[in-house]
Every structure is written in C-alpha cells, then in structure tokens.
Design a protein around this ligand. Sequence first.
Ligand code: C2O
Length: 546
Amino acid sequence: GVTRHYKFDIRLQNVTRLCHTKSLVTVNGKFPGPRIIAREGDRLVVKVVNHVPNNISIHWHGIRQLQSGWFDGPSYITQCPIQTGQSFVYNFTIVGQRGTLFWHAHISWLRATVYGPLIILPKHNASYPFVKPYKEVPIIFGEWWNVDPEAVIKQALQTGAGPNVSDAYTINGLPGPLYNCSKKDTFRLKVKPGKTYLLRLINAALNDELFFSIANHSLTVVEADALYVKPFTTNVLVITPGQTTNVLLKTKPHDPNAAFFMLARPYFTGLGTFDNSTVAGILEYDNSTSALNKRPHFKPVLPALNATSFVMNFTRKFKSLATAKFPANVPQTVQKRFFFTVGLGSNPCPKNQTCQGPNNSSKFSASINNISFILPTTALLQAHFFGKSNGIYTTDFPSVPLRPFNYTGTPPNNTVVTNGTKAIVLPFNTSVEVVLQGTSILGAESHPLHLHGFNFYVVGQGFGNFNPNKDPANFNVVDPAERNTIGVPSGGWVAIRFLADNPGVWFMHCHFDVHLSWGLKMVWIVQDGKLPNQKLLPPPADLPKC
Ligand code: C2O
C-alpha cells in the first residue's frame, strides 16, 4: 500500500439551499465534504485543522482501526475534541477492508454538515466479485436545516422536547425539485445506455432511515457496509443512517427517451413530528439534455412510511458472500452473552421514581439496559490506557436490563433510566453475542445500532420478545450478513456476534443523532492480547487535550 495525505481545513462557508443562506461548518468549504479515495492496504494521513469556534473530531465510520483506536474519532471516547485553532493528524492503515464507507464529525450534531464519502478500492491486482462497472458514483444522503442544527439539539436538550426536524433530505447535498425553491439544486446522474454503473449509497442523514428507488430500474445489491454480499435484485432499498450499500444499476440497452426520478424518503414508525418529504434526483440518458424538459419524468413507487414488514424482509435478504476468498468467520461458540434493551424512556417518569436522562432531567431520554450514557469530560481511551479510570468511568455496565422487559402486559414498566458512564470490559479475543431488544415504549421505532472498531454478524432477528429458549435454534451461523450498523427492528430484536480482536475503547450507539444525544450509547473496552500485534499502539504526540 501507499500513504495518502489529505488536509481537512474545518472552516465556515456560506451555503444556500431552499432559498436560505447560512454559514455552515465544512471541510475545505465543501458541502458535502471531499471524497477520500484509497486502496485496501493504504495508509491514510489526514491533517485536520480547526478554524471554527466549535470543538470537532472526525470519525472514519466503518474503518476497523486495528491497534490504532486513537484515530477512531468519537469525541470523549477515543480522543478529546480538536479545539479552535488546534490540529490533529489522523494516521491509520486500512487493513483487510475495501468498499464504501464514509467519514463524519463525531461531536454534538456537527455531522449534519461535516461528512463525505470514504471509498476504498480493492488492491491493485484484485477485482470485484461482480461485473466490472463502467463507472462508479457515490450517492450520499443527508439532511438540510434552514437553521443551525447545533441550536436545534441544544434547545431540545434544554426544553426536553423532541428536536425540530430538518427542512429537506438531500442527495449529494442537493434537495431536488420536489422542494420549494430547489429546482436548480438537483442531483443529476447522466448515464449511457447499456452500461453497468456501481452506485455507492451512503446514508449520512442524522435521524432518518430511508427508502430509495429509481423509476423503471432495478438495483442489484452487491455490498453492504464495505463487505460483499450475495447479490440480490430489488426495486426499493432501505438504508439506515450509518449504513452503506453498493448496488449495480444496469442502464437500458437503448436511450429510452425519458427521464427517471430517483427518490428517497423516510421509513418512520415512531411518535411525534417528522419530515416525510422526499428528495429527488434525476437519472438522465445520453447527452441530449435539450430534449430533457420535453421528456416524461417517471417516478418510482416507494413503500408506505411505516412499512415495517417490508423493512424486515429487506434486511433478511443480506447474506455474506461466504466464499473461500471472502469467508464468513462467524463465531461458532459464544463466550459472553448480553441482552440489551434499546429504546426511549422516562417521559413521563413513573411516580415515586427517579429518572435521570441527559442533563439529569426526567424528560426524554434514550438508553441501553436502562442506562442513559453520559459522555465524560475527558477521553475514555486515554483514561483506560493510562489506568486512570477513577472518577471517569466504571466497568459495571449491566449485561441485562436493570428493569425487566416484556412486551406482554401494558405498558412495560421499563421506562426508568439511570445515567452514567459505564463500560463492559472484554478480554482480548472474546467471542460475543448481543441480543438487541427494541423496547418501543414511546412508540415502536427502529434503532440503527452502530459498533465502532468491528464488523459483526447479524445471526438472527424477529418481532416481539426475543425468546432465549427458541430463537437461537434458528440463528444463521453459516452466511449471515456482516455489517457495522443494523436496524434493531421496530417492535422486535436482532442478534449479533463479533470477535473482540481489536484492543481499545469502542463506542456502540444508535446512529440517529437525536437518540445519541439522549443517551442511547455505551462502550466496550477490549483488553490487549499477549502478542505485540494484539496490543493497542501508544497514543500519538499530538493527541488533543480536553
Ligand atoms: Cu458513524 Cu459513532 O458513528
């Protein structure tokens, strides 16, 4: 591999969408941010210089950071944020990974504007396990607020109310023609007939899972979260925040003399307000754009907003490639089992109980096993590495819920949360199984759980209560999907397995930023192994201080 150098200047830039101009926190003045392209085996060296008033850090979402956890990026987990006027050099090697990932800010809600594709091509002499595409196109979904998203979450945490929703969804930063004052800000994908395109889809939206479809074209899924899958064809895709999906798009053999909308809009089953608007891009054949306005525009049909069984069926289609070259190394035995309830709670707090959500309020909170996680004021990885956990974190994160949970009986008395900075310690190379049970207390809602530092196998999922006596018999331990983000089904559960072979402190959280802010997060501490290549390397000299 080679070393690739990038410089990220974090600075303010005026950007206009929907006829609103505002000053955004950006990388190099770009919205969305610049593309990073590397090859498997390369070293990435990214110097991040902070010129804005906000503290910031950058996360390389899906990069395993083997032994290099200092460069993972979540603020107060693996590093203190980079303060105004300071810089930090992220420096890591991409080991055994290729595919579509992304990078984003990992503090507060700054990733609303600070994000971009991270594309890892196979090694020079390696090829894709599918037809070589004529062209590759990153398509990154996001959200646009007419106001400052930092103010939105700040106000929500102060008042205890749900945050205001965004004003538009975007494709590559563009809301498209279905929004007012947005026609010129439309993503157009110009294609030639009879070719195969690789679309690298990334959901960088803050708070919404999305359906995506292109009219009159089917899509063949070949990769998820930078891991090859057994190809399958679909008209509609579901993608949660934090997930990436590569699809092949085969264009029609002849110019169809028509234009086709690509649409994305949310999947949503929760309570409260949300934005059910639709972002549109346009798939255009050949170069005859002059004819375009006369052409009919076909629109794809998307599932209903709350199409939960569609989502479950779609999720189940993902299977590892599981070939000799790309094997599925599913842990066949489990050394540590965990049962986590994930969901919202404590609004209202039951009588005579103490509920401690964010800011010690008894308003909205989100939790895992009834713990609403509080970020410390210094970085956990440093505290762990230098053996100074005292007063920073404890290692008693519960392996089962503090309050028993059951869907049967109304309402489940699982709403009480305690807050804290708690971790689970895993010896090196422990094989772990986690059943993530959605609690759906304040409305059934799916939660896209993301694990840093690892990919995990999705061995089972279902609706209702997880049944420990029955469900494991149906687990797929042969070719389950391997991912870094999975939606805990609305009103259901999902079971994952991973091997704790990467020493460090690893964040696991809901990739809805609103739930992240409310505390739906926890950390795993994976201890060093005995051999030198099983140890976390020492911290870099320029590691930011809190
Ligand atoms: Cu993409 Cu911790 O996040």
